[in-house]
Design a protein around this ligand. Structure first.
Ligand SMILES: Cc1cc2nc3c(=O)[nH]c(=O)nc-3n(C[C@H](O)[C@H](O)[C@H](O)COP(=O)(O)O)c2cc1C
Length: 335
């Protein structure tokens, strides 16, 4: 890795093989997002990325949720939001759960030996971390507070990915709870005080000077998600890309409205209307709303989409990923 810049894994289509390979070829580390995909789809993306770069890149996996859901609350929410799905011509999805093809993904990753495997939504058991390390991968665990960092270190993580409250997309927290969110700089310093495990910092980092700040606080690299969303190589939908610089969507908020798990996105009508009633039920709510969100994206109806974005989204730039990398490096040097 030439520069301490990591393109965040972004499930839902944004982090394509092309984006990941371009960032790795430019001297950073690109990431694929295995979340919501089958193991087979993940393997195809890894193979495609291997054709586009011989530099290291990472793959991110969701740790399955052990959520206990209140069925009555879940079904009441489903009833409430079904009219929104109907408004774009689809039926609201079933409130189902799944393990995101966990076992097959882990088996495949042990064979494919990508440079870094990162986990979010939990900490896998030590045995799995060790097996991936023995296969030749570094293992990173995303954490949002000190307690999670301690668990990840005890489980044998090579790297921590500290996610501050500023971050776009889902909170990486081990539990789907509200307590324990931290601003990024404080989070880095708190963890640094307790552990020497190298730390990647994520959350609201958009420009070179943001990267310099997290390195000064004690991180070894910066992970940027929203900053890469508007790149032509990003697979985010045109409506999502446009919303990031649309003055109608100037604020972000954390909500369970779209997936049942807390995530930061641009404030739109769906978020405002349903945030208060949305239950703690991931991935159930994700499955309920996914078809609605997909069709809303195709029909360019941003008010019904999950417009994941970090607090710094207004500073995002529409540049090819290689040029964005150059710009970030230039900005870091001029600090
Ligand atoms: C659209 C989107 C999708 C995301 N998907 C994932 C994911 O699949 N896995 C993951 O670990 N983090 C995911 N994240 C969170 C990022 O890893 C990272 O924490 C976040 O992007 C940092 O904040 P920033 O967006 O302000 O740069 C996602 C973020 C966004 C914006």
């Amino acid at each position: 890795m030439e520069y301490p810049i990591i393109q965040a894994p972004m499930a839902g289509g944004a982090s394509t093989p092309k984006l990941a390979a371009t960032v790795s070829n430019a001297g950073g580390i690109g990431f694929l997002a295995a979340g919501y995909k089958t193991a087979g789809e993940m393997v195809s993306e890894i193979e495609e990325t291997l054709r586009l770069t011989d530099r290291p890149f990472g793959v991110n996996v969701f740790v399955p949720s052990k959520e206990v859901v209140d069925e009555a609350v879940l079904l009441a929410y489903r009833e409430k939001i079904q009219k929104e799905a109907q408004s774009v011509g689809v039926l609201i999805g079933q409130a189902t759960t799944d393990d995101d093809d966990w076992d097959s993904k882990i088996t495949a990753l042990k064979e494919l030996r990508v440079a870094i495997v990162s986990f979010t939504f939990g900490c896998p058991e030590s045995r799995i971390i060790k097996e991936l390390q023995e296969a030749g991968s570094l293992v990173a665990i995303s954490v949002t507070n000190l307690d999670e960092a301690k668990i990840a270190v005890a489980a044998g993580a090579d790297i921590l990915c500290a996610q501050g409250i500023e971050a776009g997309g889902h909170r990486a927290s081990f539990e789907n709870q509200t307590e324990g969110d931290q601003g990024l700089i404080e989070l880095i310093k708190m963890i640094k005080k307790e552990s020497n495990v190298p730390m990647i910092a994520a959350g609201g980092l958009m420009e070179g000077k943001d990267i310099t700040a997290v390195l000064a606080a004690g991180a070894v690299a910066a992970q940027l998600g929203t900053a890469f969303l508007r790149c032509p190589e990003s697979g985010a939908s045109p409506a999502h890309k446009a919303a990031l610089h649309d003055s109608r969507f100037s604020k972000t908020a954390i909500t369970r409205a779209f997936s049942g798990r807390r995530a930061r996105g641009l404030v739109n009508r769906f978020l405002e209307e349903y945030d208060r009633e949305a239950p703690n039920a991931y991935p159930h709510v994700h499955h309920m709303t996914k078809q609605m969100r997909k069709v809303a994206g195709q029909k360019e109806q941003p008010e019904l989409m999950a417009l994941w974005a970090g607090q710094g989204h207004r500073r995002s730039r529409e540049l090819p990923a290689s040029q964005l990398m150059e710009k970030l490096v230039e900005e870091m040097k001029s600090e």
